[in-house]
Design a protein around this ligand. Structure first.
Ligand code: ATP
Length: 295
């Protein structure tokens, strides 16, 4: 497997405050890596350091083995990012892409037709119409997708997404999840994605980097999931029976998502005429990470 990014003994400070302290990790080509951590733990800072948007005090970052990647125009173009996305509100989606491409010298040597084809292709990719509508009138989801189109300009091989799900409704989230998975499948893009939405990150990530106490912990994906079934005012008899095969916390029944166990739990609830108010599937692995770090 090809190593795409290696971070070695990285130290990042803002004045005297150390945000990242001797951080090391690697990302392999084609991976989708979830970047997790509580508010203020340093996720955005780490992304900015990788992208050269902020400096760092010590350590080394290599892209495809090259520690001078930020000095090379060609290497820099292999990075796309959605981070603090600024849009020109009074321009259309098309004109936003055109303007950003122009500043990035992306249209150099291309004909008008080639530029139009590329911009229309990007709009198509993120499912936005090529209309005269100004971005000011876009919904949040549309703006987010336009930001993604900007990030994808020049077909990067490494995409860095900072909190891409924030502000999206469930349909928008579903749409974005599918889109991100397809990017990897169709374009073989490597993705580093930060989010507080654990269920969403879990659905697309191969593994996680978790920032805690200025360090980065590598976390593998734990496939063991847990069910939480919430019961409305269950009687003692029902809880006693469930206790032999599941954990009970308040009126919640917690157990590992193994098929035979699910059937048994549901059978007991049904036989005792228990009323289910909600069923959730959680990944304890990720929630446990945050316990203790959350303030
Ligand atoms: N430009 C800056 N100058 C000084 N301190 C900063 C700067 N940017 C971030 N910080 C501080 O660095 C720490 C890490 O911030 P960062 O934004 O990277 O965290 P984060 O994990 O992305 O947080 P969130 O989940 O809230 O977005 C915080 O304590 C923050 O206040």
């Amino acid at each position: 497997m090809e190593l795409l990014l290696s971070v070695n003994q990285l130290v990042k400070k803002y004045d005297t405050k150390t945000v990242l302290d001797n951080v090391s990790f690697e990302i392999t080509k084609g991976e989708i890596v979830g970047l997790l951590g509580v508010n203020g733990s340093g996720k955005t800072t780490l992304m900015k350091v990788i992208l050269g948007l902020t400096s760092f005090e010590a350590g080394e970052i290599k892209h495809k083995g090259n520690s001078n990647y930020l000095k090379s125009f060609k290497s820099r173009r292999e990075f796309g990012y959605l981070l603090d996305c600024k849009l020109f509100e009074y321009l259309s989606g098309y004109d936003n892409l055109y303007t950003v491409g122009k500043y990035a010298n992306h249209w150099q040597g291309k004909t008008k037709t080639e530029i139009a084809e590329e911009i229309n292709g990007l709009l198509d990719l993120v499912d936005l119409p090529n209309s005269k509508k100004r971005v000011k009138g876009y919904s949040f989801g549309m703006k987010q997708r336009l930001g993604l189109a900007m990030a994808l300009m020049g077909t990067p091989d490494f995409l860095i997404l900072d909190e891409p799900f924030v502000g999206l409704d469930p349909v928008g989230i579903e749409h974005l999840l599918g889109f991100i998975s397809n990017l990897r499948k169709d374009l073989d893009i490597t993705i580093l994605i930060s989010s507080h939405q654990l269920n969403e990150v879990e659905q697309i990530s191969d593994r996680y980097l978790y920032i805690t106490n200025q360090k980065v912990k590598e976390v593998t994906k734990n496939s063991s999931k847990k069910y939480v079934i919430k019961l409305n005012n269950p009687d003692k008899l029902l809880l006693n029976q469930l206790q032999s095969i599941a954990d009970i916390e308040h009126n919640d029944v917690l157990f590992e998502a193994k098929n035979e166990l699910i059937n048994k739990v549901l059978k007991i609830i049904y036989q005792n005429q228990g009323e289910i108010t909600d069923i959730q599937v959680t990944n304890d692995n990720l929630v446990d990470l945050f316990r203790g770090d959350s303030k």
